[in-house]
Write a protein that binds this ligand. Structure first.
Ligand SMILES: Cc1cc2nc3c(=O)[nH]c(=O)nc-3n(C[C@H](O)[C@H](O)[C@H](O)COP(=O)(O)O)c2cc1C
Length: 143
């Protein structure tokens, strides 16, 4: 199993353990999946779009990623919690209808946002990180 997949399984196990969701509890497992579509029950979902004329250019996608990263950091700085939520736009047809997004805009991703609930067990789970040396190569800093 590739390392990335192992870590995904690891975080899923940690989350389900914290939430007390048993492997055989199909209903609660399903509800956990649906939470992503429900924007994690957050009061706000920001939907990031770009003009269709700009789509297809990597620069535009890069810029939008940087913009959303900035929004996420600014939100956290003000005590708000955020989840960049790719799953939240998988049913982009529904998102488009509910958020009244015109056809000439391409839906890129969304961010769930709200005041963090520290009592919610899953929020206490900490992701295990790869060491920086596992994915970055430093050239010219040896010895
Ligand atoms: C582009 C992108 C898409 C993401 N999509 C999802 C998603 O659909 N569902 C989810 O639970 N987390 C998603 N995440 C992860 C969360 O936004 C967040 O980065 C992660 O929970 C951070 O947790 P950590 O700091 O504990 O690792 C996505 C992150 C990125 C950068």
């Amino acid at each position: 199993m590739p390392v990335g997949r192992e870590r995904q399984v690891g975080i899923a196990k940690d989350l389900f353990t914290a939430m007390g969701i048993a492997r055989e509890d199909a209903a609660r497992r399903q509800d956990w999946v649906l939470r992503g579509f429900r924007q994690f029950d957050a009061p706000v979902s920001l939907v990031l779009t770009c003009d269709r004329a700009l789509d297809g250019g990597a620069v535009c996608h890069f810029d939008l990623g940087a913009l959303f990263y900035g929004i996420v950091l600014a939100a956290w700085d003000r005590g708000l919690g955020t989840v960049i939520n790719g799953q939240g736009i998988m049913r982009s047809d529904i998102v488009r209808e509910v958020a009244r997004i015109p056809a000439e805009e391409v839906i890129m991703t969304c961010v769930a946002m709200g005041w963090p609930d520290e009592e919610f067990a899953a929020n206490g789970v900490k992701a295990r990180r790869e060491g920086v040396g596992e994915f970055a190569r430093f050239v010219g800093f040896e010895g």
